[in-house]
Design a protein around this ligand. Structure first.
Ligand code: IMP
Ligand code: MG
Length: 176
């Protein structure tokens, strides 16, 4: 068990389990993008650990860039997706893979995808570590998802609670 600020969390998904799931999703991506040269865009801050583990498994040539959007405060999404660090890379006519830590309501991805198409992307797919299908509020086509989880708040492996806990190797779930 760990404590972050006012909350206690139990071990939920071990790093070993995560790595197994990332292997599977990386294999799929390797098959689909063989011979292509996509642009990967990892969404800060949460996806930095997943992105690092994912790209080291990719066998095709690719660029990786970073962008930052914000919609979460504390444990609830605010619904406002604001661009905080813009994408400077030229993605015109490129295949884009967005790397995200978790899809919760889907609000962030839903509003981010059109922004990539506006910049001229030929295709945009999402590679996400975790999804909470029970919380999805908007239709969203997630092509690559490593794991689905129930509607619980989690931390670790890049995911935070009030900016803390990203450093844990494993993922923890909040105690009731
Ligand atoms: P959405 O826009 O509601 O899909 O929220 C997506 C963003 O919320 C993710 O990029 C995460 O940063 C954050 N988020 C969603 N669920 C959790 C969670 O359980 N723990 C930590 N961050 C989360
Ligand atoms: Mg995030």
């Amino acid at each position: 068990m760990i404590t972050i600020k006012d909350k206690r969390f139990d071990l939920f998904i071990t790093n070993e389990q995560l790595q197994e799931k990332i292997d599977i999703v990386a294999n799929k991506i390797n098959k689909d993008y063989k011979g292509k040269r996509p642009v990967l865009v990892a969404i800060l801050n949460g996806a930095f650990i997943f992105a690092a583990d994912l790209v080291r498994r990719l066998e095709f040539e690719h660029e990786i860039h970073f962008a930052k959007f914000s919609s979460y405060e504390g444990m609830d999404t605010t619904g406002n997706v604001e661009q905080l660090i813009g994408l400077t890379a030229d993605i015109k006519d490129r295949d884009v893979i967005i790397i995200e830590d978790i899809v919760d309501t889907g609000t962030t991805m839903k509003s981010v995808i059109p922004q990539f198409f506006e910049k001229g992307a030929r295709s945009v797919e999402i590679a996400v570590l975790l999804m909470k299908p029970g919380k999805l509020e908007v239709p969203l086509d997630v092509k690559y998802c490593a794991m689905e989880i129930p509607n619980e708040f989690i931390v670790g492996y890049g995911l935070d609670y009030d900016s803390l806990g990203r450093n844990y190797k494993d993922i923890y779930v909040v105690k009731e």
